[in-house]
Design a protein around this ligand. Structure first.
Ligand code: ATP
Length: 857
């Protein structure tokens, strides 16, 4: 349908709608007819595909083949057991992956966009996915256009369509139909397309197409991008490949040595392949995803909504947190504290003798009242309207008396906004904005008074007040084209108001915590330098003479090199434009800093994208900023960032512990099988034992490590270097020596048992290896502290996993059914106690390792 060519009357007819919107019943009928307004994900895998992908790993396929061959040639029970364990493994893997996917889906749903619509004249917010053709949407700067639309009312509307057309210019939109002709999407100036966003103005529009019927839907396949893996996953995947080669070589050697020693060839084949399956950490990247996804799920409880999974991992590396002031470090609850009026009272006559300053406060703003009489809108404006209201000047009535006929909406680069009103004495323009900006736009008459105005403003700003000025002028008629530089010039300042926005008390504590954790908090604000300074001092962001404050214009005057030289010392940026945030990020990143940056407006989007972690505001943020972010603060609170960093560090620590545990266990298994022939011992473990250890002993406690509480020193240590190799810092050595120790105690047990003619030697070796791993997991719960210091009972899921693993091992040792399957034999009490004592050696050794390391520190 060529919606852009049709007059509006025809559009309403075709869509069977009105400018006040559809009714609820029609809307729900259309939702059934047209389906949800969402782009279908073609990459989504079905449950069956997910299960199959668990089984189609190359090594698993070889193991299945070998097991089947051995079943045909010899022992069928073995084959069945091996296949059962492989399937169990796949099921466990699938359940984890499925739950992680669900967790991610739930997160995505929480971050879903809302659309503001009219239903029979009532304004309401609904999930954008519920929009139907014919709906009337209300749009403003910062909104992502939720469906394909045709505009029917526009105020200075501009749309960034680069997401769709690749053109980076903002396109101005209007409402009239276009003359007959062929138009590219970018030239259809009365249409808006799903996925593009509004950079300026306000508008009303009809939804003409939704979901896969939109232009975005048509090209959806082209733009669907792969979920990017996290840096850790990439590194693990690359490392895993190299490791697999090593393990395969070792397993081949094991196979040949066994063969040469006269072991049955099939036994050796299955044992060595099982060992390879167990030891190759092919599931590691997936398990990291799971840990991150669950971490993200928990972060929501602390009001941090993760949009991009890698953020969970990288949170722990943040060295700079650059935060907006208003709403994040302060409460965003403004109240006017002081008012200053200039001597110029000529505009009072325009308002029939009423005070022009208070009239301007009532008229120049975009707040509205909800059903309960509560003001809705920007808190700065609410404070000003409330002030006028308290002086008995009510906006709604005054709007009727002095109707607004045009406007130049606020933007944070201009730092002001203007409304034009009709009065009996002609048209007046009221401009409100940052006073220092207004001072540059005054008539010659007032220029000599500027120093005095500045003095007054500074007095207020030093108290931490946000100061907004009002200036006016009369116009002979409405200009045909509203140009900000023309309308907002030759103004007369009539006064200004100082508002307090109290700092968040919890932010103060969070700033202290940041500093202890080696993270530098930086305030970025559009506000006045003195206002910013007062608040930064109160919060502890500025504490010494060395902490610098830089304004936007000072920043603009610096060369890149000059800025880089000081960037690490700047703690406050005042009167900056959102565009300058990008410069700040670049300079910090060039200094190898890892930057988290907050933002709420449309213009913040590039900075949010480029920051190492871009953080959008859940309450006051625009959709565009949310879309560009890695994480959303559901409570807009600075303290939440610090809590998220703490969680991020814990999650990463636990992933490292998990890797350490699994790799050490694998290394133990390899050492056992590899060393046995050199010690002239028979093959210590059967394939089923290896696979069992891999499934149960490695699996259960390993996962429970994710529940480990944070280390006591977690916020007293410097941020983790994101480039640092995770195996550095002693991990690789730990994996090798503890694995070797596991091998030695297991083989020691085996040798001793064989030496004393104990027929249970295999059961004993199997149990020692299993229990050694359990001892190991307890000892690595803390990187530094002794388990007795952090408390044996502080990770309940891990304890439960240990109890369960021990119970399962007992079941294998003591029930005749499993004795047959696993070729085990019941141990006497003494033998069991002996295996326990021998297994505990690994636990004590790792505890001693920590103790020695601590003494060295
Ligand atoms: P911060 O940057 O501290 O988070 P902010 O996001 O409110 O604060 P901007 O919205 O960029 O900052 O505002 C910058 C300046 O513009 C403010 O300091 C104020 O002087 C002026 N200003 C803010 N809101 C309005 C408004 N609604 N009308 C006119 N001027 C405004």
């Amino acid at each position: 349908m060529k919606w852009h060519l049709l007059p509006l009357s025809e559009i309403t007819q075709l869509l069977n709608t009105t400018p006040s919107g559809l009714d609820a019943i029609t809307a729900s009928e259309r939702l059934i007819e047209h389906g949800k307004n969402q782009i279908e994900d073609s990459k989504k895998r079905s449950v069956l595909q997910m299960i199959l992908s668990q089984l189609t790993d190359f090594m698993i396929l070889i193991l299945i083949a070998a097991a089947i061959i051995s079943g045909i040639v010899g022992d069928l029970t073995d084959t069945i057991i091996i296949l059962t364990i492989i399937i169990l493994n796949a099921v466990v893997g699938f359940i984890q992956e499925y739950r992680a996917e669900k967790a991610m889906e739930a997160l995505k749903k929480m971050a879903a966009n809302l659309a503001r619509i009219l239903r029979k004249g009532d304004m309401m917010d609904i999930p954008a996915s519920d929009l139907v053709p014919g709906d009337v949407v209300m749009l403003e700067a910062g909104n992502i256009i939720p469906a394909d639309i045709r505009f029917f009312e526009t105020y200075q509307i501009k749309v960034d369509e680069s997401a769709l057309t690749g053109e980076s210019n903002n396109v101005e939109k209007s409402t009239d139909e276009l003359p007959e002709g062929n138009y590219a999407l970018g030239d259809q100036t009365n249409m808006g397309y799903k996925g593009t966003h509004i950079t300026n103005g306000r508008a009303l529009a009809y939804v003409v197409a939704t979901g896969m019927e939109t232009e975005l839907g048509l090209i959806a396949k082209m733009i669907q991008t792969d979920e990017t893996s996290t840096p850790l996953q990439k590194r693990l995947a690359a490392f895993g490949k190299r490791l697999s080669v090593g393990i395969l070589i070792i397993c081949t050697i094991i196979f040949f040595i066994g063969w040469l020693r006269g072991e049955p060839i099939l036994l050796m084949l299955i044992t060595s392949i099982s060992l390879a399956v167990a030891a190759i950490p092919e599931a590691m990247p997936a398990l990291v995803t799971i840990a991150l996804a669950f971490g993200a799920k928990r972060l929501v409880k602390s009001n941090a909504l993760i949009r991009k999974l890698p953020a969970v991992e990288t949170l722990g590396s943040v060295t700079f947190i650059c935060s907006d002031k208003t709403g994040t470090l302060t409460l965003n609850k403004m109240t006017v504290q002081e008012v200053y009026e200039t001597a110029d009272k000529k505009f009072n006559t325009v308002f029939a003798g009423r005070d022009a300053l208070v009239m301007a406060m009532a008229l120049n703003n975009d707040v509205s009242k909800d059903k309960n009489g509560i003001w809705l809108g920007d808190s700065t404006e609410v404070a000003l309207v409330q002030y006028a209201f308290d002086k008995n000047l009510e906006r709604t009535n005054l709007e009727l008396e002095f109707p607004r006929i045009a406007e130049l909406p606020f933007d944070s680069t201009r730092k002001c906004m203007t409304t034009l009103h009709e009065t009996e004495n002609g048209i007046i323009a009221i401009t409100k904005g940052a006073v220092d900006v207004l001072l540059n736009k005054l008539t010659d008459n007032q220029k000599s008074l500027i120093p005095q105005f500045e003095l007054e403003v500074n007095e207020m700003a030093k108290k931490g007040y946000r100061v907004l000025g009002y200036a006016m002028k009369t116009l002979p008629s409405i200009p045909e084209k509203l140009i900000a530089d023309e309308v907002e010039s030759s103004l007369t300042l009539i006064g200004f108001a100082g508002m307090i926005d109290p700092p968040r008390e919890e932010a103060k504590q969070a700033v202290t915590e940041c500093k202890q954790a080696g993270i530098i908090p930086v305030m970025i604000t559009g506000d006045h330098k003195l206002t910013a300074e007062a608040i930064a001092k109160h919060l502890g962001i500025i504490t010494s003479e060395e902490d610098l404050i830089v304004t936007g214009s000072e920043l603009a005057a610096l060369t890149v090199k000059q800025f880089q030289d000081i960037v690490e010392k700047v703690k406050v940026y005042a009167r900056v434009n959102p565009e300058q945030k990008l410069e700040i990020i670049n300079a910090l990143q060039n200094k190898n800093q890892f930057v988290a940056m907050t933002g709420d407006g449309v213009n913040d989007a590039p900075a949010l994208k480029n920051a190492d972690i871009g953080i959008a505001m859940g309450i006051n943020g625009t959709e565009v900023s949310k879309e560009a972010s890695h994480m959303i603060l559901l409570d807009d609170n600075f303290a939440t960032i610090v809590i998220a960093v703490r969680h991020g560090r814990r999650i990463f620590d636990n992933i490292l512990k998990f890797i350490k545990y699994t790799m050490t266990s694998n290394s133990g298994e390899i050492w056992v099988i590899f060393l046995a022939p050199f010690l002239l011992l028979p093959v210590p473990l059967l394939a089923v034992h290896i696979l069992w250890i891999n499934l149960v002993t490695d699996g259960l406690p390993g996962l429970a490590l994710a529940s480990e509480p944070s280390e006591p020193n977690i916020m007293n240590r410097p941020p983790r270097d994101p480039k640092q190799n995770i195996f550095a810092g002693g991990m690789a050595i730990h994996i090798l020596w503890v694995g070797l120790l596991m091998g030695v105690v297991t083989l020691g047990m085996q040798a001793w048992a064989i030496h004393s003619d104990n027929t249970q030697w295999q059961t004993m070796a199997f149990t020692v290896l299993c229990f050694s791993q359990l001892g190991h997991v307890m000892a690595i719960r803390s990187e530094r502290e002794s388990i007795f210091k952090i408390g044996v009972f502080t990770n309940k899921p891990l304890l439960a996993a240990l109890v369960l693993t021990v119970a399962l091992q007992m079941m294998i040792i003591y029930t005749p059914f499993f004795n047959d399957i696993f070729k085990t034999e019941p141990l006497s009490l003494n033998e069991l106690l002996l295996t326990l004592a021998v297994s505990s050696i690994v636990f004590w050794a790792v505890e001693i390792e920590k103790w020695i390391k601590n003494r060295k520190r």
